[in-house]
Design a protein around this ligand. Structure first.
Ligand code: NAD
Length: 493
């Protein structure tokens, strides 16, 4: 009998009741791994009730004690590193090095959250003013002291995507709980097994029952969670269409909201770039994680005569990628996450061929296993600026290439995009790099770096349709997102 992924509520695994199920499949083999309960709203209510009940005691647990549990959790993640890596490979389809990166960057977030005792510190200013009594009868002016404290909010909710199954939930809940909040996680239905293991290990590290809960499901459960009366804050990572919907609905319900969303990222290649580094950087950015990254460079803009060396080299490099199961010997690129993604990406390729662009390499055919969700590296040259290939997120191994005359033309491309997650430039010119850094229309900038992902101490700084909210995930922004400022003004007689 196929198992159903359990919820984690009040410190225990809880079996879902009958209802709609998602089939969670190994994308490399098509083998069914588990079923995922999709629409049990009562489970979401139970998880929120458990988080609400755990909040008063957790808020009063000294922050240093809360962080000791996170130190133990970090150690457990290290001990279970290989197990988590393999779970990602099996459920998501990443190659082993990509899966290891997912776990490692997630652990970075836990390490950062362990610094909550200093990160949460407030500020104070004694004798900010002096005051007389209202009746003016006192003879002396009394000093007023003022302080700002950072205090937890209460129950927070996280809705996460499939493409970094371990890391993206760790962007959220470790800092939330370190700051004294309690949490309900609703991971992507496509990677619920990874999320359940991540949450269960936190309980094994000593997180008290109810502080961190997990329910499975899709949009219906997510929509229920984000408007629930008990919830104070909502963190979302996923596509732009859903991000917009979550941002407006949860904000209207009075929640604090941050939504990290989709992207179409530009990589500018100057003629003077270090050729080997540029090819390697573009290849990793566009094809890494099979193109399923919000920091995937999916649009290469070639300036001047850069195309002369870039095109033959990128075609050759893409042809050399070994497309196979993520844990196969020498795997360079794994499958897409599911059949629906294969349909979406192959349809985008078919539409691209109608757009006037030139198909240099067609990933719909190639040398890869017949079973499983495989699409090979795909390259389009001479992509028209107004086509979907230039403007829309495909979220697969498809690199669109455009040609422009000047540096300013290339920078203008970053401004035409409705998205603003990342822009990258490969160049040997300090002038070009500085001009680009100062004027590009994106919040994360790479200079001779294909994937300028911020480390956990910095915020994940998407702009425009790649982010909705004020405070981003990670870094100092996350401390502020998961706490509320409280001003205390006092005087003593
Ligand atoms: P998705 O939007 O389909 O799903 C994300 C989450 O939202 C899942 O948990 C899903 O179950 C839930 N969901 C789906 N429909 C919903 C609805 N109508 N209402 C409420 N919740 C709903 O995204 P995905 O396919 O899992 O992930 C890929 C997307 O995530 C890409 O667009 C990628 O760029 C983006 N992403 C962005 C970042 C970032 O930091 N900006 C990071 C990773 C991924």
């Amino acid at each position: 009998m196929t198992k159903t992924v359990e919820y984690f509520i009040g410190g225990e695994r809880v079996s879902p009741k009958a209802g709609a199920r998602y089939r969670d499949v190994d994308p490399a083999t098509g083998k069914l791994l588990a079923e995922v309960a999709m629409d049990e709203l009562a489970a979401a209510d139970a998880a929120l009730a458990s988080a609400e009940a755990a909040f008063p005691a957790w808020r009063e647990t000294p922050v240093g004690e809360r962080c000791q549990i996170l130190f133990r959790y970090k150690q457990l993640l290290e001990e279970h590193f290989d197990e988590l890596t393999q779970q990602i490979v099996t459920e998501h389809g990443k190659t082993v090095p990509e899966a290891r990166g997912d776990v490692r960057r997630g652990i970075d977030c836990v390490e950062y959250a362990c610094g909550a005792p200093s990160l949460m510190m407030g500020r104070s200013l004694p004798r900010i003013a002096v005051s007389s009594s209202f009746s003016r009868e006192s003879v002396e002016d009394i000093p007023l002291d003022s302080a700002l404290e950072r205090v937890p909010l209460g129950v927070c909710v996280g809705i996460t995507p499939f493409n970094f199954p371990i890391m993206v939930p760790l962007w959220m809940w470790p800092m939330a709980v370190a700051c004294g909040n309690t949490f309900v996680l609703k991971p992507s239905e496509k990677v619920s097994l990874c999320a359940l293991r991540e949450v269960e290990l936190a309980s094994a590290a000593g997180l008290p029952p109810g502080v961190l809960n997990l329910v499975t499901g899709g949009g219906e459960i997510a929509s229920h969670l984000i408007t629930h009366d008990d919830v104070r804050a909502v963190s979302f990572v996923g596509s732009t269409a859903v991000a917009k919907q979550i941002y407006s609905t949860a904000s209207a319900a009075g929640k604090r909201v941050q939504c990290m969303a989709g992207a179409k990222n530009t990589m500018i290649i100057m003629p003077d770039a270090n050729q080997e580094a540029a090819i390697d950087g573009v290849l990793g950015s566009s094809m890494g994680n099979t193109g399923q990254r919000c920091l995937a460079g999916s649009l290469a803009v070639l300036v001047g005569d850069a195309a002369e060396w870039f095109i033959p080299k990128i075609v050759e490099a893409c042809k050399r990628i070994n497309v196979s199961a993520g844990d196969a010997e020498g795997a360079g690129m794994g499958p897409l996450v599911d059949e629906a993604s294969v349909r979406r990406v192959t349809e985008a390729i078919a539409e691209g061929t109608e757009s006037g662009a030139e198909l240099l390499l067609d990933g719909r055919t190639g040398t890869f296993p017949e079973e499983g969700c495989f699409v090979g590296p795909t390259l389009f040259d001479h992509v028209p600026p107004e086509s979907a290939l230039a403007k829309e997120e495909i979220f697969g191994p498809v690199l669109s290439i455009m040609r422009v005359e000047t540096l300013e033309d290339a920078i203008a491309v970053t401004h035409r995009s409705p998205y603003g997650n990342m822009a990258v430039m490969f160049t040997d010119s300090g002038y070009a790099a500085n001009r680009f850094k100062e004027t590009a229309g994106a919040g994360m900038i790479g200079i001779n770096v294909g994937v300028p992902a911020p480390m956990a101490v910095f915020p994940f700084c998407g702009w425009k349709d790649s982010f909705f909210g004020t405070l981003h995930s990670n870094g100092e922004d996350s401390v502020r997102f998961y706490t509320e400022g409280r001003i205390i003004v006092s005087r003593w007689f």
